[in-house]
Design a protein around this ligand. Structure first.
Ligand code: AP5
Length: 216
């Protein structure tokens, strides 16, 4: 089982890239953020625990993620491939992922960091609109839906993500710098880090990440 980790600040484009490269790589896109949002919506025990952390833009406790990702790997076929978007998020989760991977005959092949300047990240988060029905992701200007405010895929009305409010964005970026950015050095130390310039358009960034993943 191969696990490719996507790193990058909130709004760098991890989800956008993962959605574009998963199928061509014959992989499954796993977004822990989306899994947690579903859990909150469904009112599961994990969701009830996660809700307040997510509203503040803080990381959900590692134990919740350990259960979620552990269940995912336990249920996956041996030849599965995953593109991990949003996990791991701190060095404890990275160590946890190595332990879980070893237990399930899996390995992290690469960690690809999508580098985007802060002004671009802020513009991407401020303009993001998501579909509450099917999860599709748009931007009011750079990846606009065909009809303003309406999902291209399923026709539902688009919304702003609850944590895309200015105060929460500021907190998420601070949490990223403090807890997630150190993972760049973590994966560099073990020779698994690759970096991609994420400031181009979505298709060209996704193509660049795919080339890196296929190149090993
Ligand atoms: P999560 O959902 O993972 O949010 P995030 O990491 O903050 O990342 P985003 O989804 O905001 O950004 P992205 O990089 O995927 O960008 P996107 O592709 O959408 O996590 C949410 C919360 O859940 C966390 O705050 C935390 O509480 C919790 N959580 C999740 N995982 C956790 C974990 N492992 N441990 C603990 N807690 C966890 O793009 C952004 C916008 O830009 C979109 O509008 C898109 O259309 C546009 N765009 C993207 N790429 C381009 C491009 N190249 N050109 C133009 N526009 C683009």
């Amino acid at each position: 089982m191969d696990l490719t980790v996507l790193l990058g600040a909130p709004g760098a484009g991890k989800g956008t890239v993962a959605a574009r490269i998963a199928a061509p790589l014959n992989a499954k896109h796993v977004s822990t953020g989306a899994m947690l949002r579903d859990a909150v919506k469904a009112g599961t025990p994990a969701g009830l625990c996660a809700k307040a952390y997510m509203e503040r833009g803080e990381l959900v406790p590692d134990a919740v993620l350990a259960d979620m990702v552990g269940d995912l790997l336990a249920a996956a076929p041996r030849d599965a491939r995953f593109v991990l978007d949003g996990f791991p998020r701190n060095t404890n989760q990275a160590a946890m992922l190595d332990t879980l991977a070893a237990r399930h005959n899996a390995r992290v092949d690469l960690a690809v960091c999508i580098d985007v300047p802060l002004d671009v990240v802020l513009d991407r988060l401020g303009g993001r609109r998501v579909c509450p029905a099917c999860g599709a992701n748009f931007h009011v200007r750079t990846l606009a839906p065909r009809q303003a405010g309406v999902c291209d895929s399923c026709g539902a009305s688009l919304v702003t993500r609850a944590d895309d409010q200015p105060d929460t964005i500021r907190n998420r970026l601070a949490v990223y710098e403090e807890q997630t950015a150190p993972l760049v050095a973590w994966y560099d130390r073990v020779g698994k880090l690759r970096r991609v310039d994420g400031s181009g358009d979505a298709d060209s960034v996704a193509a660049a990440v795919r080339r890196v993943v296929e190149g090993g």
